[in-house]
Design a protein around this ligand. Structure first.
Ligand code: TYC
Length: 104
């Protein structure tokens, strides 16, 4: 251990460990409700999650029949931004659509 390491009580080692850590990934999910239109959910999946129309329809139907569906997996900050974008757009259009994120 160098003099510098000894003086800082190992902080140098901890910082190196953090810097090499891969970003933790989060699933972004859409949740079902009785009021949001199917067309709007498909639109959200195409515009916010960059899904092709057939895939967007498949995910929407998964949410509609199973209660929730996976839209994508992203680093924390991007997942948060996606959830916010869904909620903002849904509220602007008067829909109660909900999105959630959870660790992968
Ligand atoms: N269940 C809604 C309906 O019948 C459609 C819907 C699908 C709503 C997916 C939300 O995340 C959702 N109009």
């Amino acid at each position: 251990m160098s003099d510098t390491d000894r003086q800082t009580g190992g902080e140098v080692l901890e910082r190196e460990k953090q810097q090499t850590k891969r970003p933790e990934l989060f699933k972004v999910l859409l949740l079902n409700d009785d009021y949001t239109t199917m067309d709007f959910v498909v639109e959200v999946l195409e515009s916010i999650f960059n899904k092709q129309p057939v895939e967007a329809f498949r995910i929407m139907m998964m949410v509609h029949t199973q209660g929730k569906g996976l839209c994508g997996v992203y680093p924390h900050e991007i997942a948060e931004t996606k959830v916010e974008a869904v909620i903002t757009s849904a509220r602007e259009h008067g829909f109660p659509l909900k999105a959630a994120m959870e660790p992968e």
